[in-house]
Design a protein around this ligand. Structure first.
Ligand code: SF4
Ligand code: SF4
Length: 292
């Protein structure tokens, strides 16, 4: 079966235990304002132009046969018309700076298995494995399940990184082949969740409790965003919820700005500005869940 992927990262230490390979499935129906993988939101290939690398040499405009790139030699001004771009990749190939890339491709589970098997020795030595992430990997549940099943048959431990806002049937599809869920809890107050992510959190909470009742391995991951969930009221609700429904492990993920350049590369416009809470707030939250 084929599915949409935008990256496969080997030697990851941040998406579950040990050394892992993270496979990023492309497409997510949510719209988290601070998303650090904006290139994973839309399914299908997208062209990215990284202005910070660009020399404004104009070579890309010279090879584009669709008239999607305009270039003014006297000023070095570049323009891009997405509606004209046919995603042929010629501009990316000619660019001497690697300032252009085409992000996202269709691939099948067999090709992914071939890639992730390269590090099987590291997984075995470190208790690592393969993590499916995104985007929302459970927006492609059958594709995700096929990858995970092949990994399990190859003796590779598996994890699924999900925001949880999917039909329970999608979770059930991957359940037999998943050793660990990395499950996002972003906030507790429903209107706040909807405002910052585009969806309510009722289904997320229901799915979480249901997974917990099955005794499945769960690490809850909480993105920490100043002005969103770092106030006493909301962070108190998060820690209270985790006390009532304790997972195997909790990780707090303070906001980082690594996604901002990718927003600009996808264009148009500037990303919304966010920041991480203070170290004091982060320390307080970590202390509050230490004894779960
Ligand atoms: S070819 Fe690359 S460096 Fe030159 S103008 Fe195009 S994007 Fe910039
Ligand atoms: S991907 Fe192809 S059509 Fe699109 S801007 Fe580059 S050269 Fe032009």
């Amino acid at each position: 079966m084929k599915g949409s992927v935008f990256d496969i990262q080997r030697a990851s230490y941040v998406d579950g235990p040990g050394i892992r390979t993270t496979v990023f499935l492309k497409g997510c129906h949510m719209n988290c304002a601070w998303c650090h993988n904006p290139e994973g939101k839309r399914r299908g290939t997208q062209r990215m132009h990284f202005e910070s690398k660009c020399l404004h040499c104009g070579k890309c405009a010279g090879v584009c046969r669709s008239g999607a790139i305009s270039f003014v030699p006297s000023s070095g001004a570049l323009g891009f018309s997405p509606g004209k771009c046919v995603l042929c990749g010629r501009c990316a190939l000619i660019c001497p700076q690697n300032a252009i890339s085409l992000c996202g491709y269709e691939t099948d589970s067999g090709e992914i298995l071939d890639e992730v098997k390269k590090d099987i020795g590291f997984y075995n030595d470190t208790g690592g494995g393969v993590t499916l992430s995104g985007g929302e990997c459970l927006d492609q549940p059958d594709f995700a399940a096929e990858i995970l099943e092949k990994c399990k048959k190859a003796g590779i431990s598996t994890a699924v990184d999900t925001a949880g806002d999917v039909p329970w049937e999608s979770i059930e599809t991957v359940l037999p082949y998943t050793d660990l869920f990395l499950y996002d809890i972003k906030c507790i107050t429903p209107p706040l969740h909807r405002k910052f992510t585009g969806v309510g959190n009722q289904r997320i909470m229901e799915n979480y409790r249901r997974l917990l009742s099955l005794g499945v391995g769960i690490t809850v991951r909480v993105p920490l965003i100043a002005g969103f969930n770092d106030g006493d009221a909301e962070s108190g609700k998060i820690t209270a919820f985790l006390r009532e429904n304790p997972p195997g492990r909790v990780e707090f993920l303070p906001y980082h700005a690594m996604g901002e350049n990718k927003y600009r590369a996808l264009g148009p416009g500037e990303p919304e500005k966010f920041s991480a809470p203070s170290q004091e707030v982060i320390g307080k939250l970590q202390a509050a869940v230490k004894s779960l």
